[in-house]
Design a protein around this ligand. Structure first.
Ligand code: NDP
Length: 284
């Protein structure tokens, strides 16, 4: 029997209903949640992601500001813009869409965002806090994956979790969250020997490599949960994940589709982080 779908669209809808209600409460108290999104250059994939994020903000009643700059913008000007947004009381979250043009140092830019407004959770202060279990914000994609696991009440304590991909924005924070939930975690990267040996041992397999369909059904443990973070565009224009869905779905018990799995959850958790940033302003 094919695996059940871990449906990120349906779960997002449910969480966004809650976000809309909570946003109305903070708005009534004079703190309408506000997100600023900055894009530098004209990467077409970034343009789509950014449009989706801004549209999602509008749908839940947030204030959103989209700032687009020419690829030639210099780093100082970008840092100055971030400093202004850091001081703007109407903005609770600041997101700089990656990748940035090569002449701008992404780390310097991400670290210029005030940690209290770092709703992407990429600032080193938040990454460090995540390590010790108390981040201001959890990075949106791993946070969304955890919500998907929570939605099926997956018992993570003692489970074997394997993550393929070790980036700062997905693989590493994902490992921390799973570890904190009590799983026994292995992180694989491009140098891992005998990758299938690890993946076949995973009760929970999270894949984030950017390599289309690289995890095939024969690399998946029977009855496992497979979370595919990958978003790849094939030459025919269709989207696919880093997992070969058509073979893995016959082995796993739960699997995320691409599109419609982790992607919508990432945006939903961005909304949640922005909402919580605004709520904290009321509480303090
Ligand atoms: P990065 O390129 O930053 O990192 C890729 C990671 O995968 C690296 O750690 C790399 O290893 C590892 N890797 C690459 N090839 C292999 C291989 N053959 N075997 C094992 N490990 C391998 O990617 P990101 O984490 O930024 O993104 C990964 C994917 O997730 C992409 O498809 C991206 O589009 C998607 N994504 C989706 C999001 C969503 O909302 N759904 C959000 C963010 C990303 P090494 O460290 O050795 O180089």
């Amino acid at each position: 029997m094919p695996a059940q779908l871990l449906d990120g669209v349906a779960l997002s809808k449910k969480i966004r209903t809650e976000i809309t209600a909570r946003a109305a409460i903070v708005t009534a108290k004079g703190r309408r949640p506000g997100l600023a999104v900055i894009v530098v250059g004209d990467n077409p994939a970034s343009a789509v992601y950014v449009r989706n994020k801004v549209k999602a903000c509008e749908e839940v009643g947030f204030h959103s500001v989209l700032e687009r700059y020419e690829a030639e913008m210099n780093e100082e000007a970008l840092l100055a813009r971030i400093a202004t947004l850091n001081a703007d009381p109407a903005i609770h979250g600041i997101l700089v869409q990656l990748p940035l043009p090569a002449h701008i140092a992404s780390e310097r830019v991400l670290e210029a965002i005030a940690p209290q407004k770092d709703v992407d959770g990429f600032h080193v202060a938040n990454a460090g806090a995540l390590m010790v279990g108390a981040p201001e914000f959890k990075p949106c994609t791993p946070y969304g994956c955890m919500k998907l696991l929570e939605s099926i009440e997956y018992p993570l304590r003692g489970a074997r979790a394997v993550i393929v991909g070790a980036s700062n924005i997905v693989g590493k924070p994902m490992a921390m969250l799973l570890l904190q939930a009590g799983a026994t975690v292995t992180i694989c990267n491009s140098k891992t020997r005998d990758l299938a040996h690890h993946t076949k041992d995973a009760d929970v397999l999270v894949v984030a490599t950017g390599k289309p369909k690289m995890i095939t059904g024969d690399m998946v443990k029977s009855g496992s949960v497979v979370i595919d973070v990958g978003i790849n565009r094939l030459p025919d224009g269709k989207l696919c994940g880093d997992v070969d869905f058509d073979t893995a779905k016959y082995i796993a018990s739960w699997i995320t589709p691409v599109p419609g799995g982790v992607g919508p959850m990432t945006i939903t958790m961005l909304l949640m982080n922005t909402l919580e940033a605004a709520e904290k302003k009321i509480k303090y």
